[in-house]
Design a protein around this ligand. Structure first.
Ligand SMILES: [Zn+2]
Length: 373
């Protein structure tokens, strides 16, 4: 039996938006997909590899890496001095340093050298995933170096399907909607227009694929939703001061705060302070277990901003986006979508049902007739 698959991935498309605007009506089965905690890198790995961050060993892009070196401590002491005298000295120094050393990002100087970035791509052929099982033709919009990566990716995929041999599956990753969402927000016509464009383009791709592989299966998904940013908050570094003059290491993504401490007492002190921050939801032990983010390397304390609120500046950058994702996985507008076209293999998931990333991974395995990767 053939197990040709066409797998369509759209970065940042909320199920809510699909349902409200009756998009992707050519998908015979679809519903909301509950993402995990974190950003695209983690979500894609959860869906394509069936692993949560605890098994993956990474969460988001930046991670706590090492103790600061003595050399960096000197830099830190100097920059603290500059910051104390010139309130904007910190920003100027970051700007200048980041021009020659990208890894500086917007990280407080005392932590530079302790954080590092770079996680493995879920698309890499040597990284076990659905995409490393069997023969795939893979088109990643981001790799195409085009001002319109989505249309370039669709055009390339058309030629790949046309010329492919019998035993092929196809994966396409479309990055543009995410960028439009950050730039304009999900309520903007440009965002909705592009979602409609993808609807029609992917339907055409699906028809082309099914004409060539009548027994093939077509599955589609996004990794999270997109919300309009309503407020940005600045979190003072003083919140992480520990008696004795030290500061606990902390990392601010756009919507996620992670803190590392050395003792239970330090954890208690910082936890108490954070509890009074009304814009934050501190992840409970039960939630961390549910989303598979229990490792200490992900932080002793983890908190997410409430829907629509972002940290700005954060350690990743200083720009405030118009739209953002990375909010609580149970928030409706933050939920992604899953979808399938009717085939010989009826999905085990009911139409319209809210499922988790791991459920969709299992469905992909079943559709591909695999037991594991
Ligand atoms: Zn994004």
């Amino acid at each position: 039996m053939s197990n040709n698959m066409l797998l369509l991935f759209i970065d940042s498309l909320p199920y809510e938006l699909i349902a409200k605007n009756n998009l992707f009506s050519w998908l015979s089965f679809k519903g909301p997909l509950r993402p995990g905690v974190g950003y695209s890198f983690t979500q894609k790995a959860e869906i394509l590899k069936g692993q949560q961050p605890d098994q993956l060993g990474y969460l988001n892009f930046w991670y706590l890496d090492a103790e600061p070196t003595a050399k960096l401590n000197i830099v830190y002491n100097l920059t603290t001095f500059v910051r104390d005298i010139f309130p904007f000295g910190d920003k100027v120094l970051h700007y200048l340093l980041a021009r020659v050393w990208k890894k500086v990002a917007n990280i407080p100087f005392e932590f530079i050298g302790r954080f590092n970035n770079g996680v493995p791509s879920s698309y890499a052929p040597d990284n076990p995933s659905i995409l490393s099982m069997g023969k795939w033709e893979i088109v990643i919009g981001d790799d195409l170096d085009s001002p319109n990566p989505d249309s370039a990716a669709v055009a390339l995929m058309q030629t790949k399907i046309e010329s492919a041999s019998e035993d092929r599956s196809f994966f396409i990753a479309l990055p543009q909607l995410d960028k439009l969402g950050h730039l304009y927000g999900p309520d903007h016509e440009n965002y909705l227009e592009h979602a409609r464009y993808l609807d029609s383009q992917l339907q055409k791709l699906t028809e082309q694929f099914l004409q060539k592989y009548p027994d093939g299966v077509v599955c589609s998904f996004s990794d999270h939703g997109m919300l309009k940013v309503t407020e940005s908050i600045h979190l003072s570094g003083k919140l992480f001061n520990i008696p004795g003059g030290r500061r606990a290491a902390y990392w601010l993504d756009s919507t996620m705060l992670r803190v590392w401490v050395e003792t239970e007492e330090e954890k208690r002190i910082i936890h108490e302070r954070l509890k009074t921050e009304k814009h934050l939801h501190i992840l409970s032990e039960a939630e961390r277990k549910e989303y598979g983010v229990t490792l200490k390397k992900f932080g002793d304390i983890m908190a997410i901003t409430l829907p629509g609120i972002v940290f700005s500046p954060n350690h990743f950058g200083i720009r405030k986006p118009v739209g953002m994702h990375g909010f609580h996985p149970m928030h409706q507008a933050h939920q992604a979508f899953w979808g399938m076209v009717q085939s010989n293999r009826t999905p085990q998931i009911e139409n319209g049902k809210l499922i988790k990333t791991i459920d969709f991974y299992r469905e992909l395995l079943a559709q591909k007739e695999l037991n594991s990767i």
